[in-house]
Design a protein around this ligand. Structure first.
Ligand code: NI
Length: 198
């Protein structure tokens, strides 16, 4: 497994649409494991392939982190997860959100936009389908933090970032920070790629 550098805000790959995966091959399995390792290294709760420069519809979510946050709610996501270094990872290939319900505001951040956090309002619960790491079709209905993370990551695959949802005012207040990120003037604890034109 390898730690991949994470593309920062300003890199064009973050604004492109990822393509559906049509088959499970060794390259895809390697990507899933590398993304998982990279997510752990960066202490992220989720990571989309665009963020490591790959335009394929692949997402990994650190279910150990999700469950640590959700423990009191008694949610369980045992199926379709793999364990890497004793942390459970939910792998989603070709995810598609089928329906959404409610609204909920929660603070978000993104490994591609270090040091920026902001409240984002999104649907509270979602139903989605995807292929798991064995390329089996899975349908999942979920709410709370997992629904939040999944919507953020599915957006990445469409070239959408959480800052796109912010008010003009909030966006203006982040302007200099975002410009600094585009120039790579950030302290990240993980390898990064700055302003890449893919
Ligand atoms: Ni993100």
């Amino acid at each position: 497994m390898a730690i991949l550098p994470i593309y920062l805000f300003g890199s064009s790959v973050l604004r492109k649409k990822a393509k559906p995966v049509d088959q499970l091959d060794n390259a895809l399995i390697k990507l899933v494991y590398d993304m998982t390792e990279t997510m752990h290294k960066a202490h992220g709760i989720g990571l989309a392939a665009n963020q490591v420069g790959e335009l394929r519809q692949v997402i990994v979510v650190d279910m150990t982190a999700v469950e640590e946050s959700e423990r009191e709610e008694g949610n369980d996501h045992e199926e379709s997860s793999v364990k890497v270094k004793e942390r459970k990872t939910l792998v989603l290939i070709n995810p598609e959100i089928l329906s959404k319900g409610g609204t909920f505001t929660m603070e978000e951040g993104c490994l591609s936009i270090p040091e920026v956090r902001a409240d984002v309002t999104r649907p509270e619960s979602i139903r989605l389908k995807f292929k798991d790491v064995n390329f089996n079709e899975v349908e999942l209905e979920t709410g709370g933090l997992l629904a939040r993370v999944l919507q953020h990551e599915v957006d990445h695959l469409k070239g959408i970032l959480f800052i796109d949802y912010l008010s003009k005012l909030k966006r203006a207040s982040l302007k200099s920070t975002l410009r600094a990120i585009e120039k790579g003037e950030v302290d990240a604890s993980y390898p990064i790629v700055v302003g890449a034109e893919a």
